[in-house]
Write a protein that binds this ligand. Structure first.
Ligand SMILES: [Zn+2]
Ligand SMILES: [Zn+2]
Length: 162
């Protein structure tokens, strides 16, 4: 199983492989080590996550392991291409380009595997069993977002005087 997360200390992207064999997740940039929790995995195979290893959250969701920039890039190239064809009054080419763009996106979507992501810290897990986890849920996402906002508010609020 692989993990990708943002180091909580220096914000560097950390990518580690075979995390089921590790006891700590160490940042190669600043050396910050996150201890892998004992209850992090379920079952003997260690292929199933019980919780996020980079933060204390238990809320993970299933998503496509698809680089968003690539998806957007394909759409942009397709749109530009169809605009050029439209400008040249090539009606068939215009729609052919749009159709092929949509098809490539669909095929990629079907080909790329699922991965798990953490609502709280955004960590991603590749090669993890996705059983028992649901797709992205806006309500859960909102709950975590508000929690982070509350913590930040408490941290910046001056101590109450008497
Ligand atoms: Zn770091
Ligand atoms: Zn997390």
């Amino acid at each position: 199983m692989q993990i990708g997360y943002e180091c909580p200390t220096c914000s560097a992207p950390v990518h580690l492989v075979d995390i089921e064999t590790l006891t700590v997740l160490a940042c190669p940039q600043c050396g910050t080590a996150l201890e892998v929790p004992e209850n992090g995995f379920v079952g003997d195979s260690s292929r199933h996550l019980a919780r996020c290893l980079a933060c204390p959250s238990h809320d993970l969701f299933v998503r496509k392991d698809f680089p968003q920039r690539l998806g957007v890039g394909i759409v942009v190239v397709g749109l530009l291409g169809s605009c050029v064809a439209w400008g040249m009054r090539e009606l068939v080419a215009t729609f052919a380009i749009l159709f092929v763009t949509a098809l490539i996106d669909l095929i990629l979507y079907l080909l790329v595997p699922d991965c798990l992501a953490c609502y709280r810290c955004g960590a991603r897990y590749r090669g993890a069993g996705a059983d028992g986890f649901a797709p992205f849920d806006l309500e859960t996402h909102e709950r975590h977002r508000q929690q982070v906002a509350r913590v930040q508010e408490l941290a910046t609020r001056p101590p109450a005087g008497d």
